[in-house]
Design a protein around this ligand. Structure first.
Ligand code: ADP
Ligand code: MG
Length: 308
């Protein structure tokens, strides 16, 4: 842009080009956007603004024309806008409507952090959640949570523990809640728990455990997907899951779960028995107390909706 301004200055300084220059500028001074801007800001502008800002006005008109003809300005996705600067007229480049929408979309995506979740969760939408009576309770509870949380995000809100067999839409419903919260400005972390447990084990060697743990502990809303799908080591149960849940309970941070097991089954058949085969009913009970504090159980039934 500097170059264009310089060229215009040079043009103006070269008398023999005056006619050319006048022709160019006649178009600029006739431009409806230019004249409207000039009228609207006349009080703030220097008396000789039309000559002193001629290069800027020319830049504005020609860049806008380029854009209208399918070209791009110096930065893709930006359009020129006239502004007042120091009693003169200057050109600022602002994101176009499409760019703004794209940026808003990106921000929205960033509010849903996911760990080892399928990409398709982006499409999940509460509006598309079917009104099947078998799943109405879960949908109602999800909608109630969103309303209550958004009305007072600092208060304690009990989240949901979605229990139900493979393919009934537990993950879909969690993701739809996360997307709704994102649309309304709230951040959620969705984590596929069995994959996360493996990641944590690998992180030990790289000293990355604390960082990964902190991200989950502190997420404003956390959704632990598929808890109980894989056998858990005592370390994952007590030092990973236990630590995360303890923190979230203390801080009263909403925490969802989904599982193929009911709460009862999770405690008796899953958490009690470590991968080494030890039976630890007390540890399982303590963990279950935290889960029960954080979430209430809702059973989802229905057909397996996964494409076969
Ligand atoms: P679960 O987590 O209970 O095993 P999913 O949430 O993965 O089940 O759902 C199984 C499949 O059905 C997925 O492909 C999901 O996208 C789809 N699905 C679930 N519920 C809906 C819904 N209400 N509308 C559209 N697709 C859905
Ligand atoms: Mg699932």
């Amino acid at each position: 842009m500097e170059d264009l301004s310089k060229t215009m200055q040079q043009l103006m300084n070269q008398r023999h080009l005056n006619d050319n220059y006048r022709q160019l500028m006649a178009k600029v001074y006739d431009d409806p956007a230019v004249t409207a801007f000039y009228q609207a800001h006349r009080d703030e502008l220097a008396d000789d603004v039309l000559t002193r800002s001629a290069a800027k006005l020319y830049e504005f008109v020609s860049e806008r024309e380029k854009l209208a003809n399918g070209g791009t300005t110096f930065a893709t996705g930006y359009e020129p806008q006239l502004i007042v600067s120091n009693h003169l007229i200057d050109v600022a480049y602002v994101p176009t409507k499409e760019t703004q929408e794209k940026q808003a979309q990106q921000q929205l995506r960033q509010r849903v952090k996911s760990i080892a979740m399928p990409k398709s969760i982006r499409e999940a939408d509460l509006k598309n959640f079917d009104q099947d009576p078998d799943r109405a309770e879960a949908l109602m509870a999800a909608l109630d949570f969103v309303d209550a949380y958004e009305a007072s995000p600092k208060r304690r809100h009990q989240a949901l523990y979605l229990a139900g067999s493979f393919g009934v839409g537990k993950t879909y419903l969690l993701a739809a809640v996360a997307n709704q919260l994102a649309a309304d400005g709230f951040s959620t972390t969705l984590v596929h728990f069995p994959s996360f447990a493996v990641e944590m084990k690998n992180a030990i060697a790289q000293n990355g455990v604390a960082g990964k743990l902190a991200a989950l502990k502190k997420s404003p809303v956390l959704m632990i997907d598929d808890i109980g799908a894989d056998a858990m080591s005592a370390w994952v149960r007590d030092d990973v899951l236990g630590v995360i849940l303890e923190y979230r309970m203390q801080e009263e941070l909403p925490t969802f779960f989904s599982s193929n097991f009911s709460m009862e089954q999770l405690e008796k058949e899953h958490l009690r028995i470590s991968t080494r085969g030890d039976d630890e009913p007390l540890k399982a009970q303590r963990l279950m107390q935290r889960i029960r504090f954080l979430a209430r159980e809702i059973t989802m039934v229905g057909v397996n909706r996964r494409p076969q």
